[in-house]
Write a protein that binds this ligand. Structure first.
Ligand code: NDP
Length: 434
């Protein structure tokens, strides 16, 4: 905390990992001796830069851009870009730190990175978003490349923003380096299933947890927060598996539809028209809209999938979920549960799929996109989906195994952290002190 004052989200992420690693350090003193903890929690590099752009009124605006290149022990830096007014060094560092272990867990050769800006795409015209992203990429392009650092989307960065950034990168660098960004459109090097990957992957992961207890999505009631990329496809897959999704949200409030959410309306409102979720009730008058985000966790459900943002489930919300009989949590978002909320779930025997395992489907398919770009081939939707399913199942199995091996059977927080850590730490050991 002294070294990184005021970076609360970063401290939270580091504490969660370090607490989990106690049994690893007890068993293998070599990691302590070689300063792995000190090195792994210090980014290899952070760049912070000015992003000037001109709005539609001709006024000059200035935002701040970031890229943290956290760890490249097992592959090029890989992680999304977030455009949201809350973005600061602490948030980018927590996300980049988590990404190291998540990427390792996928079994693919990718290191950890993250970036973004405090730019808010909400309420901006397409032309403003384009001018901003072009300015952002004009600086970012100096630090990235297909074998160096490969950004993707995150909150506020979807197909439109990736398209503008790819265009600007191509224009500045010359040539067509498809592998420099992932989440690209299908027409210019993107992978089928990438859009669906994080949401689908999260549901595949939770289905594995449920299966081990003889339970399933089929017939269950599900609450999903958010109504963005991760949320929409988590809802879609949960519905396909026979669940009833009764609620979702945005940053203003949530909707509750006891008949089951009509996903087409949500997609039209949020993805196509870029409107607010509150408008859902205009088309579905029997549904309810409530202002505020945390109220969504008071809706009784069997499975809760937080897919919006960090720290959206606090201790109190966790207690309400437990009192209402929740059986499983799958974290689609990054760090959506506070440390206190996680304790509530684990102490009450709720199946808990932590973010770095449950939401690793997105980056997994991003890595598959990089493979397809390198091979100059494109796999079918079914091929990529089958690989995604297999990866999520492997992440689950490896996390279960690591948890048991290090004395915390059934605790997937500990299991995922340890399984992700070991591969990176071993690579760092053989690379020497760098
Ligand atoms: P989107 O921008 O597509 O959607 C985010 C959703 O969450 C929107 O509904 C948004 O509401 C809501 N939201 C954002 N910020 C807040 C906030 N402060 N309070 C309440 N609600 C909020 O982002 P994604 O779906 O891509 O990302 C969601 C989460 O999943 C993030 O934590 C991200 O890091 C994580 N993730 C994403 C991956 C991906 O592949 N996209 C991969 C792995 C993790 P509104 O519409 O009002 O902004």
């Amino acid at each position: 905390k002294k070294r990184n004052p005021g970076e609360n989200e970063f401290h939270q992420a580091v504490k969660e990992i370090f607490d989990s690693l106690v049994p690893v350090f007890a068993k293998h003193p070599k990691y302590m001796k070689n300063g792995i903890l000190e090195r792994i929690s210090e980014p290899e590099r952070i760049v912070s830069f000015r992003v000037p752009w001109v709005d539609d009124q001709g006024k000059v605006r200035v935002n701040r851009g970031f890229r943290v290149q956290f760890n490249s022990a097992i592959g090029p830096y890989k992680g999304g870009l977030r455009f949201h007014p809350s973005v600061n060094a602490s948030i980018i560092k927590f996300l980049g730190f988590e990404q190291i272990f998540k990427n390792s867990l996928t079994g693919q050769p990718i290191g950890g990175g993250k970036g973004g800006s405090d730019f808010d795409p909400k309420g901006k015209s397409d032309a403003e978003v384009m001018r901003f992203t072009q300015s952002f990429m004009t600086e970012l392009c100096k630090y990235i490349g297909p074998d160096v650092d490969v950004p993707a989307g995150d909150i506020g960065v979807g197909a439109r923003e990736i398209g503008y950034m790819f265009g600007q990168y191509k224009r500045i660098r010359g040539g067509f380096e498809a592998g420099v960004l992932t989440g690209k459109g299908i027409g210019y090097g993107g992978s089928l299933t990438r859009t669906e990957a994080t949401g689908y992957g999260c549901v595949y992961f939770v289905e594995e947890m449920l299966k081990d207890q003889g339970k399933h999505f089929k017939g269950s009631t599900v609450v999903v927060s958010g109504s963005g990329n991760v949320s929409i496809y988590a809802m879609k897959k949960a519905m396909e598996l026979g669940a009833k999704v009764v609620a979702c949200s945005d940053s203003n409030g949530y909707i509750y539809d006891k008949h089951g959410i009509d996903l087409n309306t949500v997609i039209q409102l949020k993805e196509v028209d870029r409107k607010r979720i509150s408008e859902y009730v205009k088309e579905h008058p029997t549904a309810e809209y409530h202002e505020g985000c945390t109220g969504i966790w008071t809706i009784p459900c069997d499975i809760a999938l937080p897919c919006a943002t960090q720290n959206e489930i606090d201790e109190e919300s966790a207690k309400i979920l437990v009192a209402n009989g929740v059986k499983a949590i799958g974290e689609g978002a990054n760090m959506p549960s506070t440390l206190e909320a996680i304790d509530v779930f684990l102490n009450n025997k709720v199946l808990f799929g932590p973010a770095k395992a449950a939401n690793a489907g997105g980056v997994s398919v991003s890595a598959l996109e990089m493979s397809q770009n390198s091979m100059r081939l494109a796999w079918t939707f079914e091929e990529v989906d089958a690989k995604l399913h297999e990866i999520m199942t492997n992440i689950y199995r490896n996390s279960v195994q690591a948890a048991a091996e290090y004395g915390h059977p059934g605790n997937l927080v500990v299991g995922a952290n340890i399984a992700g850590f070991l591969k990176v730490a071993d690579a760092m050991l053989v690379h020497g002190v760098i």
